[in-house]
Design a protein around this ligand. Structure first.
Ligand code: PGA
Length: 245
């Protein structure tokens, strides 16, 4: 059976009180039949867990370090986020790859560390505008997926296709581009949920949710408010014909 997931990536937004307010609103507003995961900044995971524990909302971390433990000042391990109640972790987000120069090798090590600690992983892949213009989009995505998932049990894996040029721009990739890439990814990872990310909002969620191999969304900016995030979930459920929407 296909698994549908809508996820919120809060990135480096909010101070404590703001995060708690949004978490409380989401706990109240969201009645989804699809899986909903929220990825708060690591420092807010514990208090958000306290708010979510009576709900169906799941928690994840935006990043981990691949070592189990030790002298790695400032880093956070898979076991640590697991112990805070996280079920998921995002690995290889384009901001990690491009701003923090994370390599395919590091991404693979992080995926491995997450799985070893019984976390599920959202592996992000996607080409830059330059790579797309040079007709390298499919090669780049294939390389990122093959390298990240080498020897990994796919049971615990979710892939998120996030073209770098569509993230945070307000302009999502078009239906044709997403359809082609998701069909291509489906050939590489048959039974894995494939999310789309990059400027998903309430106005395009229904149209994008209608694409066959789009199994959900990873939402940034539009997940910072409970109402826009709830609207995206409702539009996605309507597109897939699930839930009460
Ligand atoms: P965006 O971010 O929705 O703000 O484009 C998506 C993401 O980076 O996951």
């Amino acid at each position: 059976m296909r698994r549908f997931i809508v996820a919120a990536n809060w990135k480096m937004h909010f101070v404590l009180e703001e995060a708690l307010n949004v978490a409380r609103d989401m706990a109240k507003d969201i009645k989804a039949s699809v899986e909903v995961i929220v990825f708060p900044p690591a420092v807010f995971i514990h208090p958000v867990f306290e708010i979510f524990k009576q709900t169906h909302l799941k928690l994840g971390a935006q990043n981990i370090y691949f070592e189990q433990k030790g002298a790695f000042t400032g880093e956070i391990s898979a076991a640590m986020v697991k112990s805070l109640g996280c079920e998921y972790v995002i690995v290889g987000h384009s901001e990690r790859r491009h701003i923090f120069s994370e390599s395919d090798i590091e991404v693979h090590k992080k995926v491995k560390a997450a799985i070893e600690n019984d976390l599920k992983v959202v592996v992000c892949v996607g080409e830059t505008l330059k790579e797309r213009e040079q007709n390298k989009a499919f090669d780049v995505v294939e390389r990122q997926i093959v390298s990240a998932l080498d020897g990994i049990d796919l049971e615990k894996v979710v892939v998120a296709y996030e073209p770098v040029w569509a993230i945070g721009t307000g302009v999502a990739a078009d239906v044709k581009t997403i359809t082609q890439m998701h069909n291509f990814i489906r050939e590489l990872v048959e039974n894995v949920p494939i999310l789309y990310g990059g400027s998903v909002k309430d106005s395009n969620a229904f149209e994008l949710g209608n694409i066959d191999n789009v199994d959900g969304f990873l939402v940034g900016s539009a997940s910072l408010k409970s109402d826009s995030f709830s609207n995206i979930i409702a539009a996605f459920e309507k597109a897939k014909g699930v839930g009460s929407a």
